[in-house]
Design a protein around this ligand. Structure first.
Ligand SMILES: [Fe+2]
Length: 197
């Protein structure tokens, strides 16, 4: 049985980038719904005792969709921290991840621009990911629906949710503006830790 993760910050901590109202629905209703759905689907099946990532790699249909959405949201919600305490991109200390980003994109700013473009141009609902292969090489992935890097043998590092439920209450149709604003609350220490895992 899976349970809803706790947010590692107060419900209003990410304002104004993500409002308490959006988080209340996104975490408390949407993610809770995926958790409830998956628990019903796996009950009494071979998937009932599997770790989430294994279900994502083996399941299809509704089971894949609900498991994928839990994995995606768990990584999404735990990669943010309140804007007041996030270091600026310039202040992020030298790190293997930052060095690899600069090697591949030239600068953190150039990577961020490419990432936002990938999210803005993803048609319909889905996720944009920074992902790593077994050698540590990075790519930006556009995934529709509940799909994600873990389902394709890649390491999920950082993700922006481009489902409308992630931003519509605060930004309406302005998806690119929402994605740009998210840089102000990304906790790079979390992303770095995922890269080193
Ligand atoms: Fe979402």
């Amino acid at each position: 049985m899976f349970t809803l993760i706790d947010l590692p910050y107060p419900i209003d901590a990410l304002e104004p980038v993500i409002s308490a109202r959006t988080l209340t629905f996104h975490h408390g209703k949407h993610l809770q719904g995926y958790v409830d759905n998956l628990n019903k689907l796996i009950a009494g099946t071979e998937f009932g005792t599997m770790p989430l990532e294994e279900i994502v790699q083996k399941a299809t249909g509704g089971m894949f969709n609900n498991a994928g959405q839990i994995l995606n949201h768990n990584l999404y919600f735990t990669q943010f921290r309140p804007a007041a305490v996030i270091p600026s991109p310039e202040g992020v200390k030298e790190s293997p991840l930052q060095a690899q980003i600069v090697r591949q994109w030239g600068s953190l700013a150039a990577f961020q621009a490419a990432f936002v473009t990938a999210g803005a141009t993803l048609f319909g609902s889905g996720w944009v990911w920074l992902q790593a292969d077994a050698d540590g090489a990075l790519t930006i992935g556009q995934y529709p629906g509940a799909d994600n890097p873990a389902a394709h043998g890649l390491k999920p590092l950082l993700t922006f949710d481009v489902w409308e439920h992630a931003y519509y209450l605060d930004y309406q149709n302005r998806r690119p503006a929402h994605l740009e604003a998210l840089w102000g609350i990304v906790d790079w220490s979390v992303v770095e830790e995922r890269y080193g895992r």
